[in-house]
Design a protein around this ligand. Sequence first.
Ligand code: GAP
Length: 488
Amino acid sequence: MAKTATPAENAQLKDIIGHAKEYGFVYPSSEIYDGLQAVYDYGAYGVELKNNLKRLWWETMTRVHENIVGIDASIFMHPTTWKASGHVDSFNDPMIDNKDSKKRYRADVLVEEHAAKLEKEGKAEEAKQLTAALARLLEAEDLAGVRDLIVNTGISCPISGTTNWTDVRQFNLMFSTQVGSVAEDSSTIYLRPETAQGIFVNFLNVQKTARMKVPFGIAQIGKAFRNEIVARQFIFRMREFEQMEMQFFVRPGTELDWYKQWSETRMNWHLALGTPAEKLRKHDHEKLAHYANAAMDIEYEFPFGFKEVEGIHSRTDFDLKSHQEFSKKKQQYFDPEVNQNYIPYVIETSIGADRLFLLTLCNAYTEEKSEEKSRTYLKFHPAIAPVKAAILPLTKKDGLPEKAKEIVDLLKYDFNIIYEDAASIGKRYARQDLIGTPFCIAVDHQTLEDNTVTIRHRDTTEQERVAIADLHGRIAEATSFRRIFEKI
Ligand code: GAP
């Protein structure tokens, strides 16, 4: 059951949001116009971090696995795609409005949050009965029953405090727009709510042109759009976001073995990236979507509780079969090993790039307080840190800036490097800590004599003397994806 965040946990999220804005990671979209709810922009260090996460995911999929290739499909797709996938008819959330505050809520979330509150008050049995009743009503698609449950349980609006509720209605989450310049000729198309369908409709194109044999996978990173009504918790739930999805096509009957394998592989990926095991957990779906025969989430303990970061779904042959029916084009594969034509079954791994970004930021955000010193720093794995090293001449004279710039030139083609010569060295170290730079390289008078520099390590603040000639190798070793790949 969802855990309600304590005030301390909310304060931690507030600190992280403040840090992300102040140090160039994430800003509210179009902030000068007071922002747009659930839409965010990434700043100078945010975009580097996000690109590193996306590159790590991409290379994990397409390089580590020789039977996975990538594609980049369009955001707009033929509208029938979304009929076939079921999104037009059933990509809905049950919504309810409070007539006094005029605020709209997801009906199921209202009930779940009330149940979490009951549990915190020590009324675990009552909470259990409430969530069980909700599950039964949703299963039966009994929206009137969901409203009765809300009213009879006395769940009130957090804004108005009243129980003056409207009926519960289904609300489709897809954004639509028109193609065509003349209104009469135009037709409705959708902004894709998931990237997966771009993979399904290209299944045979990719299989034939990349000469893939089942089992094989297709990976994609791209934007997805959902008209989320309950848009909260910073970049956790956005209206425009990025997904990193991989569909793995397998022989029917083998899908549950592959599902198990992918569930483990993806959990190992998170662990290899340095996320502590106690902050991750698996959540098996009890209520399966109509197209799935197994599904689980990987959850991370955010400051607001354990929440889904990634989904692993055994989607059967639902999508390809449905596209075959709607398009009237065969979506079959001839398997020479068993001498048979079949529609492959699919295991999907699906993770939001923005949600992974939030996990990474929450995990890295470290406040250190002791009697001697207190500091805040971002403990990113060096392989994904936005800036790999800062080159800092001790003073602005005696040829130190020139020597430091020589070092920048030595490293800048392979690593994202910062040069900084303003302020005291201590302040410059502190600033790099705040954006999570793993190495600060100080250039001093000794450097001019013996071509050595001081490396200061972010996490320990320890310093060591290193030859300039060894810098490239040292940084390359620490920031290589290889060390992550080898652990998966
Ligand atoms: N193709 C399957 C699919 O889209 P999903 O559980 O709806 O499944 C997969 O989404 C992942 O996409 C989630 O685990 C989450 O990381 C991310 N995601 C979904 N909705 C999101 C939103 N509104 N904002 C940010 N990320 C989102």
